[in-house]
Design a protein around this ligand. Structure first.
Ligand SMILES: *[C@@H]1O[C@H](CO)[C@@H](O)[C@H](O)[C@H]1NC(C)=O
Ligand SMILES: *[C@@H]1O[C@H](CO)[C@@H](O)[C@H](O)[C@H]1NC(C)=O
Ligand SMILES: *[C@@H]1O[C@H](CO)[C@@H](O)[C@H](O)[C@H]1NC(C)=O
Ligand SMILES: *[C@@H]1O[C@H](CO)[C@@H](O)[C@H](O)[C@H]1NC(C)=O
Ligand SMILES: *[C@@H]1O[C@H](CO)[C@@H](O)[C@H](O)[C@H]1NC(C)=O
Length: 452
């Protein structure tokens, strides 16, 4: 059999996850079952010239492949070419496979993007009140969906959206490249994402999401572009990715003020490892600021953060409610990062004036350890909330070389915690020497959160 065909067969897969709870979600063994059927987008009249609109071809192909859902699923094969399209929806038990040299291009005509209701946990579009554009590739209430390939590309051609955003000429909140809503067993791997209008990958109300081996890029000046946004989702693994964004590279979220509190769906059981992140105007790794459904049980290892405004940042504000807790981040290398670590309790930005100012967020049990940084401007900026101080912040084995003569490497208010082996010396609020006995750790045999 020719090698290319063997490869194709090997990659033509559906997901099965076996095994028991382990230390982190990435350690679960996920097996790929092969899809017994495959069709090429060419069979549905698609033309890969970068000019012909192929939305109908994608919609028809996926409609056809729906009939294979109960027969082991099917693959939609996208060969090399430039495949212009508007937004289209995936189906369950489907693999979208992008061959090397295959580029799915997002249309620059907004009328090719559907307009949909806002997400219930946000109550409105995040950028403008009211509805929002649907993502280029989307899934709703799906089970077992794969987007993969031999490093094919999904290019949102977002420059027009960035201009409309900046000049305030949008009528609805900008779309994302890939969004899964209320779906489970989702895999995105071996793909390059370019120039998203806003977010690149947005799993919301999902479980068992695996994102592996992707490259994600948007230019430094692209406004509020974000790489991956796990949102009110459970059991998420992100590994071996390289992400460079205008705003945040990875941002964990869970809904906005009264809408997020009412919806009450946390982001939990998230495992992130071996990722390279860059953020020009945001954070490499951000928690919030929308976190009203709660964010907990997050394990992060082996981060390389570079050329960024902020390294790791926790964000919240009064009126959010919710919590960020039981977070363990270790083995981080930072190079040329303005502010290495921060936790900010005054992010403001509310969906409307109906938020409850007494809905106080909780931020506690956060461990940051084994961090080395070079050419850092500020080591730590911790601004807690007077009525709900940040507690049990644990810092251990952190060494940051500060680039300037800045006297205030650390700033702290309404925060308390423990630290050991920290350079430069942290603020007194974080200087209790009880680290080993009081630090939060996730590394328990059953993978559950625990205070050692
Ligand atoms: C995929 O393509 C991107 C862009 O061309 C490149 O930066 C990246 O290294 C490639 N990834 C792999 C695994 O070959
Ligand atoms: C917003 O609506 C106005 C009025 O209908 C229209 O002229 C404009 O093109 C729309 N903007 C975008 C980006 O679609
Ligand atoms: C991604 O590509 C690598 C090497 O090209 C391959 O080993 C791996 O199986 C692929 N992963 C998936 C999920 O297709
Ligand atoms: C401290 O952190 C550095 C950098 O991550 C690591 O190489 C070293 O092993 C850590 N030391 C201890 C005692 O864990
Ligand atoms: C350290 O922990 C012990 C026992 O839990 C406690 O009595 C003591 O006050 C703590 N010290 C500091 C500086 O927090």
């Amino acid at each position: 059999m020719p090698v290319a065909l063997l490869l194709l067969l090997a990659l033509c897969n559906g997901i099965r996850v076996d095994g028991e709870e382990s230390n982190g979600h990435c350690d679960l063994k996920s097996t790929l079952d092969s899809r017994p059927h495959s069709v090429s987008i060419l069979e549905f009249g698609a033309i890969g010239d970068g000019k012909t609109l192929n939305t109908i071809a994608f919609q028809n192909a996926i409609f056809y492949l729906k009939s294979f859902a109960d027969k082991g699923g099917a693959q939609l094969y996208v060969p090399p070419g430039r495949w212009l399209t508007g937004s289209f929806s995936l189906t369950s038990h489907l693999t979208l496979f992008l061959e090397k040299g295959a580029v799915i291009l997002g249309s620059q005509d907004p009328s090719h993007w559907d307009i949909v209701e806002p997400l219930p946990s946000y109550g409105r579009g995040t950028e403008l009140p009211g509805k929002r554009y649907r993502s280029l590739i989307n899934g709703y209430m799906l089970h077992d969906v794969v987007i993969t390939g031999d490093n094919g590309t999904i290019d949102g051609q977002g420059s027009v959206w960035w201009e409309w955003f900046t000049s305030h000429s949008l009528n609805y909140t900008r779309p994302h490249l890939v969004e899964f809503v209320s779906s489970e067993y989702v895999l995105v791997s071996n793909i390059t994402f370019l120039n998203a209008p806003a977010y690149n990958i947005h799993p919301v109300y999902c479980s068992n999401v695996h994102i592996h081996g992707i490259s994600v890029y948007a230019p430094p000046q692209s406004p509020y572009t974000i790489g991956i946004v796990p949102d009110s989702s459970n059991k998420v693994c992100i590994e071996d990715c390289s992400i460079s964004m205008g705003h945040d590279a990875i941002a964990l979220k869970s809904g906005w003020d009264e809408y997020g509190i009412a919806y009450g769906r946390p982001t939990t059981n998230v495992h992130i490892r071996r990722v390279q992140l860059q953020s020009s105007s945001g954070s490499c790794l951000a928690f919030g600021s929308e976190m009203s459904g709660g964010i907990s049980d997050v394990q992060v290892q082996q981060l390389h953060l570079y050329d960024s405004l902020s390294g790791i940042e926790f964000r919240t504000t009064k009126g959010r409610g919710g919590y960020i807790k039981e977070i363990l981040i270790s083995d981080v290398n930072m190079l040329n990062v303005e502010t290495a670590l921060s936790a900010i309790g005054n992010c403001r930005s509310h969906p409307n004036d109906k938020f409850d100012p007494n809905a106080l967020p909780v931020l506690e049990k956060i461990t940051l350890q084994n961090i080395v940084g070079t050419n850092i401007n500020m080591a730590g900026n911790f601004i807690g909330i007077q009525e709900s101080p940040f507690t049990s912040i644990c810092l251990s084995n952190i060494s940051l070389s500060i680039d300037s003569a800045s006297s205030d490497s650390w700033q702290c208010s309404y925060v308390s915690g423990f630290s050991e082996s920290i350079f430069p010396k942290p603020c007194p609020e974080l200087e209790n020497f009880n680290a080993s006995s009081s630090c939060f750790s996730l590394l328990k045999p059953n993978g559950r959160a625990a205070i050692l």
